[in-house]
Write a protein that binds this ligand. Structure first.
Ligand SMILES: Cc1cc2nc3c(=O)[nH]c(=O)nc-3n(C[C@H](O)[C@H](O)[C@H](O)COP(=O)(O)OP(=O)(O)OC[C@H]3O[C@@H](n4cnc5c(N)ncnc54)[C@H](O)[C@@H]3O)c2cc1C
Length: 440
């Protein structure tokens, strides 16, 4: 598979200007060999991007990337797998491309951070020193917000909100379910990873049911009152999945938060007291920053506040928090956002370590969602750091969102864009050429 050309790649990854700027900037950088060590915790959309760009920016820089798993499985496009539009294997990516660049990839769990000594402790017992630390561990789950839900219960009622075993489990359960079964999905309140993700998943599960188990239903209990790309999603629910999806949004009268589950009886109970016995229960609990971000002392409540211009922790010096663990109000928790933040962070570290000029940070996000074959919608915006009344924030501009009743051509183009974006982000973060054909 040939690599994308630079213009195409830059457009899809959402930062053509930034990429061009950084290429020039990085090639002029001089960081003394052995003088600086950057440790990145978490080799996902955010962390892998930081590591890749740092090492490409200065091959002399000592970059260590730590991840628990030897293979990264993307959550992004994992719903396509549930709908039968992608293979599971096409979601999996190795760290070989990053190793080829000279990044030291360590498969281990970061168990502690000592911000005073500037060290990271690994579960294996090893201790790594750092000059700059990047924390991008994704999400943790607030299991205790749903009575009866726990890591053990998730083995019976999968959340599949981290990809890998959980995604496979949900798919296996859907495949094993009798025709006429009821799939129940619990959706949490904001903020959580991938705001439109549950509704794309609803479409993909409903597509699976329509084609494989047409007598079955999908009941959604949602803690929220509104959701991302709602008009276009609801139109798709009516157009394609009218007899399958039963969407229950919380409103003034009914509270559809899932409060309790029983993995033995497969019962799901809402705050309004509705009880339903599920054949398959996809319970997506409320979320928080990954555990290591909390242990490092970066969190304030559930998430890690950052200075929006650089994504440095507001709580610990010389530490950056990237991706879903950070709370960058306005900017949704997505792989596109994590990748965009990762680029800014890598550029900032390189400028910081080499004492060169920092360029203004610019961020971008686009999230595509697949509704049915060749029919995707999208939402996105640009973001820049701003300040009001002494408070830093990210200001959104140039926002766009798919509307109802768009032409089939527009929707197909959106789908093709989303597949090309997938290839672009995998190249950008993992230095790997993913197949442009999602079915392998
Ligand atoms: C169903 C679904 C669909 C989605 N679709 C899209 C989409 O279409 N577009 C989009 O942009 N986003 C999408 N997302 C969101 C996207 O997956 C996340 O926002 C993105 O992965 C966040 O990147 P991250 O680097 O913060 O975390 P991750 O990508 O999850 O990476 C975190 C990494 O850290 C590792 N880790 C955690 N703790 C430790 C530790 N202590 N030590 C070592 N390693 C550790 C983990 O193993 C993991 O590899 C979707 C999410 C879901 C659930």
């Amino acid at each position: 598979m040939s690599k994308l050309d630079r213009r195409e790649f830059g457009q899809l990854i959402g930062g053509a200007g930034l990429i061009a700027t950084n290429t020039v900037l990085f090639s002029n950088m001089v960081i003394a060999k052995g003088a600086a060590k950057v440790v990145v915790i978490g080799g996902g959309a955010g962390g892998a991007t930081v590591a890749r760009i740092l090492k490409s920016g200065d091959s002399q820089l000592d970059v260590t990337l730590i991840d628990v798993q030897p293979t990264y499985t993307t959550c992004f496009n994992s719903n396509h797998y549930l709908g039968g539009f992608r293979t599971f294997a096409s979601l999996q990516h190795s760290y070989d491309g990053l190793r080829e660049l000279g990044i030291d990839v360590v498969i281990d769990t970061a168990s502690d951070v000592d911000a005073t000594k500037k060290t990271v402790k690994l579960q294996s017992g090893a201790v790594l020193n750092y000059d700059r630390l990047v924390i991008s561990p994704g999400i943790g789950f607030k299991f205790d917000t749903i009575e009866g839900y726990s890591p053990a219960a998730a083995e019976i009622m999968p959340h599949a909100w981290t990809a890998g075993e959980q995604t496979l489990l949900l798919m296996q359960q859907l495949e094993a379910m009798e025709d006429g079964g009821i799939v129940v999905m619990a959706v949490p309140s904001n903020p959580y990873r991938c705001p439109p993700g549950p509704y794309e998943r609803a479409c993909m599960i409903a597509h699976f049911l329509r084609t494989k188990k047409p007598k079955s239903k999908l009941v959604i209990f949602d803690a929220k009152r509104t959701f991302s790309k709602q008009a276009a999603f609801e139109e798709a629910f009516r157009e394609y999945y009218e007899d399958i999806i039963d969407l229950n949004m919380t409103n003034e009268i009914d509270d559809f938060r899932v409060m309790k589950v029983d993995p033995q009886t497969m019962e799901v109970v809402t705050a309004a007291g509705i009880r339903i016995k599920a054949s398959v229960a996809n319970i997506i609990p409320a979320q928080k920053a990954g555990d290591i971000a909390h242990r490092a002392g970066c969190a304030d409540g559930d998430w890690c506040p950052v200075h929006p211009a650089r994504f440095t922790s507001t709580k610990i010096k010389d530490v950056y928090v990237v991706g879903d663990s950070s709370i960058a109000v306005e900017m949704p928790k997505s792989a596109f956002s994590a990748n965009s933040q990762g680029k800014v962070v890598a550029a900032d570290i390189l400028a910081d370590l080499s004492g060169t000029k920092r360029f203004p940070s610019r961020f971008r996000n686009t999230c595509w969602s697949l509704l049915a074959e060749d029919n995707s919608i999208k939402i996105g915006a640009n973001y820049r750091p701003a300040e009001k009344d002494g408070k830093e924030f990210l200001a959104a501009s140039g926002g766009f969102v798919s509307q109802r009743s768009e032409s089939a051509e527009v929707r197909k183009q959106n789908y093709e864009e989303s597949i090309a974006w997938y290839q672009a982000i995998i190249l950008d973060a993992f230095n790997e050429n993913a197949s442009l054909s999602p079915k392998g």
